[in-house]
Design a protein around this ligand. Structure first.
Ligand code: BYC
Length: 310
């Protein structure tokens, strides 16, 4: 076992972590940069649909919770950009590629938040799907990514519970509140299932990523895990999931469910979803508006460094 590739694979197979200064195949490095950058961009773009409701939260209490949640997403973006930077890519390069539409982010954030219940549905379904995926990523072979995931999962699990609690309150409220809840679940259910990516057979990266233990569970298996966890929660909420094919299958020991609209999925992934253009335009505007903050912070850091030398 002499080649660097074989030694690398042996470390991965022994469940040891790969660290930034270790030798790694170029494909492994590139796959991680692609996935971690996409993940970081998702956290940052994901602030937009929720941020949209901060000024309209119904109570001060809900506003404080929402502001804290949106701030958490920014923090997740920062851990993840830092994790990607350990692979030799600069944060500014990743921003540039996102702004030019050359980097992806999760399809889910290209849907609009139309009513207050959407804030609960994002917590329950979107954060719920995100945790299902991210718990497996805590066991990713790349040390900095897996460690970032541990902390992020703790916060996501709080986000998920606040979303469910918000919806539970609506489910016990007026008929208008119940309608708002149902409308929101109708719109967020299928896009949440799309977050797990294409069917395993159509997933270009899965096989290699599983061999390298970047991914530990397949897209379809995670999607099934999410459905199995969520159906009983929907029953408790008294809300109907918009899929007539959902039913318990005792032979499989899982819930059966209908087919995702894959045409819609690819349309959104390729940049033609309901909000793709607005999300990227808003991000570019925020980056340009924030130039003076970055310049001031850099000038301050340079001044501090000078005074430490003196
Ligand atoms: N959306 O070979 P596949 C959050 C692309 S944010 C867009 O299966 P892979 C939150 C895929 O990139 C957390 N694109 O890919 C924040 C590939 O295209 P490229 C979000 C998708 O990478 C704020 C092609 O389709 N979570 O929680 O092996 C508020 C083929 O796919 C999607 C993450 O980012 C998609 N849904 O597996 C609230 C998780 N799915 O790159 C909440 C990190 C697939 O070849 N990412 N594509 O052009 C992952 O775990 C994996 O990248 C995926 C896909 C499971 C998503």
């Amino acid at each position: 076992m002499n080649s660097p590739e074989e030694r690398f694979q042996a470390i991965v197979d022994a469940e040891e972590k790969i660290e930034p200064t270790d030798w790694m195949p170029e494909g492994y490095r590139k796959t991680l940069i692609r996935q971690i950058a996409q993940h970081a961009h998702s956290e940052v773009i994901g602030m937009q649909p929720e941020g949209n409701w901060i000024t309209r939260a119904p109570t001060l209490h809900r506003k404080a919770i929402l502001m804290a949640k949106v701030q958490d997403e920014a923090g997740h973006g920062l851990y993840l950009y830092s994790a990607a930077e350990t692979l030799g890519v600069k944060r500014d390069e990743m921003q540039e590629l996102l702004h030019q539409g050359k980097h992806k982010y999760s399809s889910i954030f290209n849907y609009p938040t139309l009513n207050w219940a959407d804030i609960g549905a994002i917590g329950w379904l979107v954060d719920g799907a995100a945790i299902t995926n991210q718990v497996m990523l805590t066991r990713c072979s790349y040390g900095p990514y897996s460690r970032a995931m541990v902390r992020i999962c703790k916060e996501e699990s709080f986000h998920q519970r606040q979303g469910y609690e918000l919806l539970l309150r609506l489910s016990r409220g007026s008929s208008e509140q119940k309608e708002m809840l149902q409308d929101s679940v109708n719109r967020w259910w299928w896009p949440s299932l799309m977050m797990f990516g294409p069917h395993d057979g159509d997933s270009t990266h899965s096989e290699q990523s599983m061999n390298w233990k970047i991914k530990r569970v397949s897209n379809d298996d995670l999607r099934q895990q999410f459905v199995d966890m969520t159906v009983p929660q929907a029953e408790y909420l008294g809300v109907e999931l918009p899929d007539p094919e959902i039913r318990w299958n005792p032979d499989r020991g899982h819930y059966d469910f209908g087919e995702v609209d894959w045409e819609e999925f690819w349309r959104v992934v390729k940049g033609n979803g309901p909000m793709n253009r607005e999300r990227v335009e808003h991000k570019v505007r925020a980056w340009e508006d924030g130039a003076w903050v970055r310049e001031a912070a850099s000038a301050y850091a340079a001044k501090q460094a000078m005074s430490e030398v003196a």
